[in-house]
Design a protein around this ligand. Structure first.
Ligand code: 5RP
Length: 224
């Protein structure tokens, strides 16, 4: 998905805010609103203070949808779980710059396992720290909230950070946290292409909310 993205703007619902008892139906609803990727948050109650889901749920979701599944590992020792997620059939795996001690090696392992590899930046981590890792990555995920929970407010410095990152690379930039129809245009104007949205999509009718965010993002994209 990320390697073939070109200039397109893509919506990725974060299932963290979905009803886990009806995951397949929830994802189908977002697809009806134009979603092209499913964002799958993995939290370990160590790197972040919350606990979510792992490879067995990813495997079930991959079987239940034809959308690519994009795994965001919010965890220490991410290397340990790369083979299991790859085996589950996910399309991409991103790891935190702050958690992957040997980041370059971890990215290579993700790609060798057959997935696209992303680097995630916490809000306080400067994009400049990625200079030597960027060539090994397929995309960068910029956190626009502190990771761990859905429903937080968008950090207003994020567009400036995306602009700086855009000056450093032409690789796709994904943004996650507090994305709504109001904040999506700000990150798209700054150079982001993949928009992760959780609470804003699942707070109402998911197809309608996904469509609203994508419409706002794409009209900002046309004027950038
Ligand atoms: O990675 C995450 C939290 O760490 C979630 O993907 C993110 O918070 C999305 O939720 P929302 O759109 O409600 O902010």
């Amino acid at each position: 998905m990320f390697r073939e993205l070109g200039e397109r703007i893509v919506g990725a619902p974060s299932i963290l805010s979905a009803d886990f008892a009806h995951l397949a139906e929830e994802v189908e609803r977002t697809k009806a609103g134009g979603a092209e990727l499913v964002h799958f948050d993995v939290m370990d109650n160590h790197f972040v203070p919350n606990l979510t889901i792992g490879p067995p749920v990813a495997a079930s979701l991959v079987r239940a949808t034809d959308l690519p599944v994009d795994v965001h590992l919010m965890m220490d020792n991410p290397d340990n779980l790369i083979p299991a997620f790859a085996e589950a059939g996910v399309a991409s795996i991103s790891v935190h710059q702050e958690a992957a001690v040997h980041l370059h090696r971890t990215l290579t392992r993700i790609q060798e396992a057959g997935c696209e590899a992303g680097i995630v930046l916490n809000p306080a981590t400067p994009p400049e720290t990625l200079e030597w890792a960027l060539p090994a990555a397929d995309f960068v995920l910029v956190m626009s909230v502190n990771p761990g929970f859905g429903g937080q407010s968008f950090i207003p410095e994020t567009p400036e950070k995306i602009r700086r990152l855009r000056e450093m690379t032409d690789k796709p930039i994904e943004v996650d946290g507090g994305i709504t129809a109001e904040t999506a245009p700000l990150v798209v104007e700054a150079g982001a292409q993949v928009l992760v949205a959780g609470s804003a999509v699942f707070k109402g009718e998911p197809a309608e909310e996904m469509r609203r965010i994508l419409d706002a993002a794409r009209s900002a994209g046309r004027s950038r």
